[in-house]
Design a protein around this ligand. Sequence first.
Ligand code: SAM
Length: 214
Amino acid sequence: MTSRDNDLPAKYFDREDESPDENFYVEPRFETHIDDATIANLTQFYRETLNSSDRLLDLMSSWISHLPEEVSYQSVSGLGMNREELSRNQRLDEFVVQNLNTIPRLPYPDNHFDAVNIVVSVQYLIKPFEVFQEIGRILVPGGKSIVAMSHRLFPTKAVYAFYMLPPADRFRLVSAYMTQAAVFDDIVFIDRSPDDADPLWLVVGTKKTGFSFT
Ligand SMILES: C[S@@+](CC[C@H](N)C(=O)[O-])C[C@H]1O[C@@H](n2cnc3c(N)ncnc32)[C@H](O)[C@@H]1O
C-alpha cells in the first residue's frame, strides 16, 4: 500500500512547497510548536502510558521530546531532519537524520520498539502509508504508535489533507494510516486539550499481540 494506491484523492498528499525538505529544515529551530500547557498534557499522557523499561522512538524529532524528566527509559532513539536540533535533544541516546519523504524505510530492526511517538509532525508526511507500515514493523507486539496532533503547522510543508479536512476527519485519516498497516488493533482517539491553549489530539494504535515480523 502506498499513498497513491488507496482511494483517497492524490491531491491530499501534495504540498504548496514541493522543494526538497532538506532546504526547509537546514536551519535549526530551537522553539516549541505548541503551548506550554499543551506540552504539559502530552508529558502527563506519556507519564501514564509509557514504562521505564520501554524502548522509545521519537519519530520526526527535534531538540525536545516532551518525555517526563523524572523517568529514565531503557532507550530513546530519534529521527528527524536537522542534526543540530537532534544533537541538542537531551533525551535521545542516539539519532538518525533521514528524510522520510524520500526514504520511508525506517533504519531499525523488526519488533524493536515499545512505542513510536510522532508529535505535531504527521501532517508533513507525503508517504504516510509507507511510514506507518514501517512503524508497524519495528514495534513489538503490544507496542504503541502514538500520534500527537494540534492545529498549528508550517503551511507550505503540510500536505493539503490537513487543510481540507476538519479535525475529526484528520483523526480518521491518521487512523486509516494505522488501519492500512494491518498490524494495529485498538486504534483510539483521545482528546487531552487544555483549556485556553493549543489543542492536544492523540491517535493511539496498539500492535496486535499475536503479530510478529520474523
Ligand atoms: C513542527 S516540528 C516538531 C518537532 C518535534 N516533534 C516537536 O514536538 O517539537 C516538525 C518536525 O518534523 C520533522 N520532519 C519534517 N519533515 C520531515 C521529513 N520529511 N522526514 C523526517 N522528519 C521530518 C522535522 O525534523 C521537525 O523536527
